[in-house]
Design a protein around this ligand. Structure first.
Ligand SMILES: Cc1ncc(COP(=O)(O)O)c(C=O)c1O
Length: 452
């Protein structure tokens, strides 16, 4: 039957892999089991539906082309064109955007495309400091952006909040050509309207990077920057539960002309290709289309509701257990914890928790004196747990598991520690039961005992 061809194709692919390359097959199987059998609280990731992954691995990978639908540089694009148009339409609809580009290979590429299309080497950029939760692409010296442009970072106030008056003062002093808003580790809502006002006052463009909160924005649970910012960027694998990749969106300013006469939308279109990238990854484009269809559903909105309420509950439970939660709570999916008062480093906490089948990530916190590979903090997030159907009711138990491990860890250095075997076994067993009770939807449980 015609519609069974793709099923047969996928089955043959997996079978061939298992037979012809058992080493690689075992590694992939191990990764599958790890994901289904661990409790993941990583704020920067999510889980893509198997239908999204089916698109990423589809035969579209075999289509090489450049350009855009209707204006390609190769033949054979009939279906690729329709798929890209579908992805663009869905991105526009989900975010209420007038323009969408679905070709950026990542969130970083999306930022680079916008930045390099607007600025000349040496131009000024003002963005959130890396240490305060900004992304590398927002101006860090460790990134190409910090090397090619003159960048300055704004920080947070003593309580860990953005201080818009200070950002405004800094913008007036520094006179950037581009102001960037958005963060990798800021647990509070961002006032994009205010940032645009600041950009307008100093004649700067404003780029809003919503990589972390794109799902909340799409669901209406975080104010949207799309009509405030000149450009909005996001990666698609975090809160959109999509493939590796990025999006660039433009709202009401899409047809605003630049000094060279081109509109913002035209500038992004040609900056993506041919200026910055070559061939699009059409499998990823299809997977973005599929993920965006999921984002448009009432179930997604309900999940985003759980993301927010469970993060608040997790923050409250951890604070109740004596942990220093930055900003005292959260407005989004993220909870950032300062481990210094607990006498632990981020890396020790991350490793000890992973031994107990709980996956988190160490994170620098404002003013951190430790390196990015050690850190003094933890960043937790609820994208995964909400997908598993866990909500605010389950978070006190999650916080209790975290606390059981962190309270038992005996650090013997910045990176070394001891953890009593009894705690490890007991927590792994709890995690195993939790994962069984809240399986990842559409991911058959593989029961290898990774977590128990
Ligand atoms: C705020 C922000 N922007 C951009 C990115 C980069 O995304 P990607 O990993 O897709 O390059 C990240 C990812 O960590 C991020 O947190």
């Amino acid at each position: 039957m015609d519609d069974a061809v793709l099923l047969e194709f996928a089955r043959q692919g997996v079978e061939t892999l298992a037979q012809a390359d058992p080493r690689l097959y075992e590694l992939l199987l191990g990764e599958y089991r790890r994901q289904t059998e661990t409790l993941t609280l990583v704020a920067a990731s999510s889980v893509a539906d198997p239908s999204v992954l089916a698109c990423s691995g589809a035969v579209l990978n075999n289509v090489t082309t450049e350009g855009y639908p209707g204006a390609r540089y190769h033949g054979g694009c009939t279906f690729a064109d329709e798929i890209e148009r579908l992805a663009v339409e869905r991105a526009k609809q989900v975010f209420g955007a007038a323009y969408a580009n679905v070709q950026p290979h990542s969130g970083s590429s999306a930022n680079h495309i916008v930045i390099f299309s607007l600025l000349r080497p040496g131009d000024r950029i003002l963005g959130l400091d890396l240490d305060s939760g900004g992304h590398l692409t927002h101006g860090s010296r460790a990134s190409v952006v910090g090397q090619y442009f003159e960048t300055k970072g704004y920080g947070l106030d003593e309580d860990g909040f953005l201080d818009y008056d200070r950002i405004r003062a800094l913008a007036h002093e520094f006179r950037p050509k581009l102001l960037i808003g958005g963060s990798s580790a800021y647990p509070r809502a961002i006032d994009f309207r205010r940032l645009r006002e600041i950009a307008d006052e100093v004649g700067a463009f404003f780029l809003a990077d919503i990589s972390h909160v794109a799902g909340l924005v799409a669901a209406g649970l975080h104010p949207s920057p799309v009509d405030h910012a000149h450009f909005t960027t996001t990666s698609t694998y975090k809160q959109l539960y999509g493939p590796r990749g990025g999006l660039i969106l433009i709202g009401r300013d899409h047809d605003r002309p630049l000094p060279n006469g081109r509109t913002l939308a035209e500038a992004v279109q040609s900056a993506t290709f041919p200026f910055y990238q070559g061939t699009p990854n059409l499998g990823a484009v299809a997977a973005k289309a599929r993920a965006l269809a999921g984002v448009a559903t009432p179930e997604f909105r309900a999940r985003m509701g759980r993301v927010v309420t469970s993060a608040s509950s997790l923050a409250a439970s951890l604070a109740g257990a004596g942990y220093r939660v930055l900003t005292g709570g959260t407005d989004n999916h993220m909870v950032v914890v300062d481990l210094d008062p607990a006498g632990l480093t981020g890396v020790v906490a991350e490793r000890a928790l992973e031994e107990c089948a709980i996956v988190v990530n160490k994170n620098r916190i404002p003013g951190d004196r430790r390196s990015p590979l050690v850190t003094s903090g933890l960043r937790l997030g609820t994208n995964h747990t909400a997908l598993r159907g866990m909500g605010e009711r389950e978070m006190p138990a999650c916080a209790e598991l975290l606390d059981r491990v962190l309270a038992a860890v005996r650090p013997t250095g910045d990176r070394a520690y001891q953890l009593p075997g009894g705690v490890r076994e007991a927590v792994r067993e709890e995690v195993r039961r939790t994962c069984e009770r809240f399986p990842i939807p559409s991911y058959p449980q593989a029961l290898s005992g990774v977590a128990g």
